[in-house]
Unconditional design. Structure first.
Length: 149
C-alpha cells in the first residue's frame, strides 16, 4: 500500500482516493498493481514484471487501473475511475482512452443498465470526434444499436 499512496499523492489524487469506499480502495491497489509511475519511478509492480505500463499523470493512472478492472467485471468501479479521469485529462490521447474504456464499460453493462447503450454510443461519438479508434467506435455503435432494438 505505501507505493499506492505515494502514486496517489504524486498525481494529486488524494482527495479522490479518500472519497473511495474501502472496497474500491482495495480494487485500486489490486488493479494498479502493474503500473509504473513517472517521474518518481514509483513501481507498483514487481521488478521482473514485463507488462508494466508507464503512467505519467493522474488521468493515465485512473484509466489504466480501470482498464485492468474491466475484464474482471468491476464495471461500477471502473466507471467511477474513468468519470473522474475525464475531468483530469488534458492530453487528447488520454481522453480517447478514457472514452474507449467507458464504451467498453457500458457495452459490458448493457443487459443490466437500460441507459448503457445510449452512454456507450455517446462515448463512441466522442472517440470519433477526437479522431481515435474510429473503425472500432463505429463497430461498437452498430452493435449497441442492435442491443437497443
Amino acid at each position: 500500500m505505501p507505493e499506492l499512496l505515494e502514486a496517489v499523492k504524486s498525481f494529486n489524487l488524494m482527495e479522490f482516493y479518500l472519497s473511495l469506499s474501502i472496497e474500491y480502495k482495495g480494487y485500486l491497489k489490486k488493479y494498479s498493481h502493474y503500473l509504473s509511475c513517472y517521474p518518481k519511478k514509483i513501481l507498483s509492480c514487481y521488478p521482473e514484471c514485463d507488462g508494466c505500463f508507464m503512467v505519467a499523470n493522474g488521468a493515465q493512472f485512473l484509466w489504466a487501473t480501470a482498464a485492468n478492472a474491466i475484464p474482471e467485471g468491476k464495471l461500477k468501479f471502473a466507471e467511477k475511475l474513468l468519470t473522474h479521469a475525464l475531468t483530469l485529462a488534458e492530453e487528447i490521447e488520454d481522453q480517447a482512452w478514457i472514452h474507449a474504456n467507458l464504451v467498453q464499460v457500458y457495452h459490458d453493462n448493457h443487459e443490466s443498465d437500460p441507459e448503457a447503450c445510449r452512454k456507450s454510443i455517446k462515448h463512441c461519438r466522442e472517440l470519433i470526434k477526437l479522431g481515435y479508434m474510429k473503425a472500432w467506435a463505429e463497430n461498437m455503435m452498430q452493435e449497441m444499436l442492435v442491443y437497443k432494438v
